[in-house]
Design a protein around this ligand. Structure first.
Ligand code: F6P
Length: 546
């Protein structure tokens, strides 16, 4: 089952793991960030890293240079670099499915990675198609509807939203994923069938939700007088035969060595290519390739994806933090948390190792979040004063990239001022999480909203913050296609790193199958009412739902 993977011990069976346990007991459990900055004012310099397009400040995390050394020992003992190289070379590192994992080949220049000819032939064809759609925008198509789910939705949707200001002004992009008709119907309601292009995106072309939505869209199209299905429906899939059976003649293919959640760089990226055009899509790939080179070549101690993955292991397995909150301070990145949920939780939400042995330690944290500043007015209360410490990942973008005008100078100035407010908010949150506020400090302050006559000491306790809450801050100069490509690849490799250390297969997803199979059994029962053999809860609910 581990064919293709260089032999390596699982993390908990290494000397470094034992050393980390000792280090945690001596220096980790009671680590205080404020003391750490007092002891070592150069923490920011020693614990910040530079990677292509992304600067990372790790200094507000509960680790120091010594911790990092122990973690790097762990990476070496687990042969992280050999595992990385095996993946990049096209070894079948997805051992349970006997597949290579080569999303990196999709963004490599021709000749720099396996399968270059196939990759570039498809890329060129897809980009030429995208350019044709763009050239006729307005007179040809005005609306593009991507129908897909999971990796065939989240990546393209996230990227198109993030780079909205780089999008084609005459093309409206829509994403329909849920089998719930409340997703599809409001989109269809606004469309003109003569001006709509549907992209059916599905690696397998068998996914229930996508097939149901695609069939409903085709039925709507023909009922509304549409005649040319072959012109109005195209597909991105590895299952060209099934797409043809659907009536689709324009298909952009990809390969089984591209995992669904790693597929936005492939034909699944067609909506991105249509929105951004060839230049934008190639810049996205280029940014990811730059991060791939960094991951492949930078020494581990300066290798940002590797270090973030090691920090994730430190937090999950030693500090016991069970979740990580992502706070992108950029409205365009509003779908990033959802995208990262699939990337990280579908990849590393596993409880057996490569040999199928149950793991005695925790794996994927829960990843969640909202863009800043919105999250501040919702759940940040819990991050600041709740009983659990949740590491937060701030993403700050130095310069805004508002779309083309016309905008008058006064509005332009206001938008820039608001961007400074945004940045100040992000900085303030990470500072407040770390510094906190003692009860004594709180007692010296006036609390205008405190109840009249309330005991000041009691109010001060309510208004104090423990602090020492960890965070990482990633800084981009501007949210461009290249920068976003690098950021996404950073997350992919970070997930690879923690998965490799945990000794799991980050590239299968057997966990989604049980529910799918049970759904097939329950679907006809909703019509027939047959509850034979069902547990009492499911039977009762089914009866209630009919
Ligand atoms: O249900 C999980 C999953 O297989 C994901 O891994 C995948 O991204 C999604 O479904 C969609 O699959 P497909 O692209 O084959 O429709």
């Amino acid at each position: 089952m581990t064919a293709g993977l260089p032999p390596a011990p699982r993390c908990d069976r290494t000397e470094a793991w034992a050393a980390l346990k000792g280090h945690f007991a001596a220096h980790g459990r009671d680590f205080d960030l404020r003391d750490a900055f007092t002891r070592d004012p150069s923490r920011f310099a020693s614990l910040s890293l530079e990677a292509p397009e992304v600067f990372a400040d790790l200094s507000k995390n509960r680790l120091d240079v010594a911790t990092l050394h122990f973690l790097l020992d762990l990476a070496r003992e687990c042969r992280l670099e050999a595992r990385r190289d095996a993946m990049l070379a096209g070894a079948p590192v997805n051992a349970t499915e006997g597949r290579a994992v080569l999303h990196t080949a999709l963004r490599a220049p021709r000749g720099a990675a396996p399968f270059g000819d196939q990759v570039h032939a498809t890329l060129d064809a897809m980009l030429a198609f995208a350019e044709r759609v763009r050239a006729e925008a307005g007179t040809g198509f005005t609306d593009v509807v991507n129908i897909g789910i999971g990796g065939s939705d989240l990546g393209p949707q996230m990227v198109v939203a993030a780079l909205e200001s780089f999008g084609h002004p005459a093309l409206r992009m829509h994403f329909v994923s849920n089998v719930d008709g409340h997703d599809l119907e409001p989109v269809l309601r606004r469309l003109d069938p003569r001006r709509t292009l549907f992209v059916v995106a599905s690696k397998t072309f068998t996914t229930q939700e996508t097939m149901a939505n695609a069939q409903a869209a085709r039925a709507w199209f023909t009922a509304a007088g549409g005649t040319d299905v072959a012109r109005h429906f195209v597909a991105a899939t590895t299952n060209v035969t099934a797409a043809a059976a659907f009536g689709i003649t324009t298909t952009f293919g990809f390969w089984d060595w591209v995992g669904g959640r790693y597929s936005l760089w492939s034909a699944i990226g067609l909506p991105i290519a249509i929105a951004l055009g060839e230049t934008g899509f190639r810049a996205l790939l280029d940014g990811a390739y730059a991060m791939d080179r960094h991951f492949a070549e930078a020494p581990l101690a300066r290798n940002l994806p590797a270090v973030l993955g090691l920090l994730d292991v430190w937090y999950r397995n030693f500090h016991g933090f069970s979740s990580r909150s992502v706070a992108p301070y950029h409205q365009g990145l509003r779908r990033l948390p959802a995208y990262l949920q699939q990337l990280e939780m579908e990849s590393n939400g596993k409880s057996v190792d490569l040999a199928g042995e149950p793991l005695p330690f925790a794996t994927s944290p829960v990843v969640w979040g909202e863009p800043g500043t919105n999250g501040q007015h919702a759940y940040f209360q819990m991050l600041h004063q709740g009983t659990d410490a949740v590491p937060v990942e701030f993403i700050l973008v130095r310069r805004p990239a508002h779309g083309p005008g016309p905008r008058d100078a006064a509005l332009e100035a206001r938008l820039h001022a608001q961007h400074r407010m945004l940045l100040a908010n992000g900085l303030a949150q990470s500072q407040a999480l770390m510094l906190g506020k003692t009860t004594a400090q709180a007692a010296t302050e006036r609390a205008p909203t405190a109840a009249t006559g309330a005991d000041p000491a009691t109010i001060a306790r309510h208004r104090s913050f423990a602090g020492n809450r960890p965070s990482t801050t990633l800084v981009l100069d501007q949210l461009t296609p290249r920068a976003l490509g690098a950021l996404i690849a950073l997350y992919e490799h970070r997930v690879f790193t923690s998965g490799a250390l945990w000794g799991i297969n980050s590239f299968d997803q057997w966990g989604v199958e049980l529910g799918k199979a049970m759904c097939q059994d329950l679907l006809p029962r909703l019509d027939s009412g047959d509850v034979t053999g069902l547990d009492a809860s499911t039977a009762g609910l089914l009866a209630r739902l009919r």
